[in-house]
Design a binder for this molecule. Sequence first.
Ligand SMILES: [Zn+2]
Length: 469
Amino acid sequence: MRLSAAAIPALCSAAVVLSLAGTTPVLAQPFDGQRDAQPESATLAIVGGLLIDGHEGAPLPGGIVLVDGDRIVAAGSRETLAVPDGAEVIDATGMTIMPGLIDVHVHLDILGHSDYQHWHGSHRPNYPAIMEVSARQLLMSGVTTAVDLAGNPDALIATKERVESGAIPGPRIVASMGWITHWTDEEVQRHHRRTHTVNVRTVEEARAAARTAIAQGAGILKVHTGLTEAQLRAIAAEADRNGLRVTGHVGDRDDLLMRIRSGQDGIEHLSLSAGDSPIIHPDVIQGLLDRRTWVVPTMIQTLAQGLTAEWPDRRDNPRARALTPPDLWADIRSSIENPRRFGYFGGGLRVSRFRALRAKLRQLRDAGVRVLVGTDAGTPLNFHTDATWQEMDLMVRFGFEPMEVLVTATRRNAEYLGLGDEIGSLTPGKRADVIVVDGNPLLSMRDLRNVVAVVRDGRVYKRPGPGAR
Ligand SMILES: [Zn+2]
């Protein structure tokens, strides 16, 4: 541990901030020795404000992050670091500096519209244009890495290229390139995502589907329902060989246990027990622990309609509206006029559902199951502009410590994706994905609505100032 004398009082006051926030005070993690080493040059300096670096340690007041090109070169406090000449400065005084958010479950081809058949029927030829809107909404809301779990491969490849070249603003995209199913032909034809449903009948076809997605650049594989144990094992083996995770939906309890045992790494949605039962079967908990399976609860997807029915003004979500072309917004707005009529997520309004989610999430937490932050953003009323902070807010309301939630949405999500060496914390050498929040998420996760600066790969996409929110 190497701390300057000047930094010690600052860390003590950070501990006070933590205890005021109702979190368990934690000892400051040692800076890793290079963190406050002064670099000779930097292209960007984010200066002032509370520094939350993506590790569990106490936040550091008077923080500073120095970026050179696309990498972080130093993170520490103004007591120990100076801004090199020539660096662009973002003043974060009074705000919070933290790693960019990572959302491990989004859908870039949808924007919150509530009629899938209408949406995909109308916009299938326009997926690249829709994905451009989603990408901008996510990035401007502080999501610097997003995992797409269902999109059309051609549109995703094009969108990824445009984002990576800087042609359009967007998060780093990790994509499953559609999903793999074992359905009847009729089920495939009926489904609105039929153009990017890869339906398999045999183990060989399952293996081939995994290889095709990987060849298309998939950074994760997504399995939907109906697959046999042998098919799942073949897909999981192919993913394993390429260092990728397999995630997806689950059916009933037997199906869930079969998937865990077959090597499915992630379970999407908190559908871990029948209906609204708040109890996850002990065999399932044990299976999740034994195989170290991750769970992505996507609670906001389940609750978005009910919350909107209770608070109809949310249909006019100003952040989503501001970042959606007017013709698309008019289409979305008319589809969400009456949130109570939607069938797809029926029952979202019921108090019992809220209680069941809370009970299941607490059961997972108390058992030590690994939970991630993913939202299903883009699903009905679940806008890309708000889904991530709302999921994080629900986690806090359901008993997680705020610092744990911040670390989950950054470093742990990065580790799950196999990107832990590249992103997820403000560590020198990592990619410069940094956001500035006007407020303190340790005190209120809702402050994440106020992301006033966004840096991805060292490039500034949003700066504090009028209209930054
Ligand atoms: Zn989804």
